[in-house]
Design a protein around this ligand. Structure first.
Ligand SMILES: [Zn+2]
Length: 280
């Protein structure tokens, strides 16, 4: 596996020369997790990952974004961070705040807004080259902490992330024999969702893609809310959770220990009801 090997090498190399990355990956080995099950067909893992606070708490307000230096643009990246060029316009980077094993971020070189419609084919091309990974996309109002600079993410497969539709939240599933077929099917789903949210520049969504049995799987999580009310609550009602693709699929990230200890099945059900867009 060419690209997967290159990524393994990138991690070995970067862990040696970038102490912060090495440390954050070792912390991930000891990360606390707890699991909740709904029958035999849906389980959610809750992860306590305090390093994610910057992303979870990110101010994605338009005015704030315009006033800050973009942390994805090359000139603002950590000097130690090196990458692998992909399709001559992306760069594959080790994520210094990992949730998954081999967590990578794949930004476009150019500073262009987070929009998936014309990039789903490139996302699937990456997926095809990374059969052991899930690749994911967070829409600008659905968990992306840099809505102004297009980027994908990926990490090694975890069963919770490949779960499809269930009674807790919606997931539209596409299974394609080829990238071309998948793009066509994605476009149909995209148009349907666009019709539901004509006021948005992009329908609110998260996308996860992965290879399974030589097929291209695309899971689309339609959204109706960026952050649940618990995010903004104060005191004992507060849960600092800002759902993105991984949370929607089945790995919920908590950044405060009190939230990790406190969160229960009812909270999870309630958060999904608030942020997931039901599909009739
Ligand atoms: Zn940028």
């Amino acid at each position: 596996m060419g690209l997967q090997n290159d990524i393994e090498n990138l991690f070995s190399f970067q862990k040696n020369e970038w102490p912060k990355l090495n440390e954050s990956i070792s912390i991930l080995d000891e990360v606390r997790e707890k699991q909740f099950n709904w029958g035999d067909n849906f389980s959610v893992k809750v992860q306590f990952n305090p390093a994610r606070i910057t992303s979870t708490g990110a101010n994605t307000d338009y005015r704030h974004i315009n006033g800050r230096p973009c942390f994805i643009c090359e000139q603002n990246r950590p000097t130690e961070q090196k990458g692998i060029v992909f399709l001559e316009k992306y760069i594959i980077l080790c994520n210094p705040f990992p949730i998954l094993r081999n967590h990578i971020t794949i930004p476009l070189h150019s500073h262009v807004p987070q929009r998936i419609r014309n990039k789903i084919g490139e996302m699937l091309t990456l997926t095809e080259k990374l059969p052991d990974y899930v690749v994911f996309y967070n829409g600008p109002k659905s968990g992306a902490s840099a809505p102004d600079h297009f980027h994908l993410q990926a990490g090694l497969k975890v069963p919770e992330l490949m779960q499809g539709d269930n009674e807790l939240r919606s997931c539209l599933m596409i299974e394609g024999e080829s990238i071309t077929e998948s793009i066509e099917l994605f476009e149909e789903v995209y148009q349907y969702l666009r019709y539901q949210q004509p006021e948005e520049e992009e329908p609110m969504l998260n996308v996860i893609t992965f290879m399974e049995d030589n097929k291209y799987k695309t899971h689309i999580f339609p959204r109706k809310l960026h952050r649940p009310k618990q995010f903004y609550a104060e005191g004992s009602k507060k849960l600092l959770i800002s759902p993105g693709a991984l949370d929607m699929a089945g790995i919920i990230i908590t950044v405060r220990e009190e939230d990790f200890d406190k969160i229960d099945k009812q909270d999870i059900e309630d958060i999904y009801v608030q942020v997931s867009l039901p599909i009739m």
